[in-house]
Ligand binder design. Structure first.
Ligand SMILES: [Zn+2]
Length: 63
């Protein structure tokens, strides 16, 4: 149907990758990130997020 579409759901502008259950690397990165945030080291926290996004899960896809 032409014209206006329905309400647009805007995603979180900075979606955080979800840790994969059972993955030690994910768990460690999440813990590390929380620690950095507690110390207001947001650049370091962001790099943890990046690593979380990038590290490879062999055999299972990211959800
Ligand atoms: Zn992982």
């Amino acid at each position: 149907m032409p014209g206006l579409s329905g309400p647009v759901h805007l995603p979180d502008p900075f979606p955080e990758p979800r840790p994969v259950p059972g993955c030690d690397v994910c768990a460690a990165l999440v813990r590390q990130r929380e620690a950095h945030r507690r110390h207001r080291a947001y650049a370091l926290a962001a790099s943890c997020t990046l690593e979380l996004e990038r590290h490879f899960h062999r055999g299972k896809a990211n959800p």
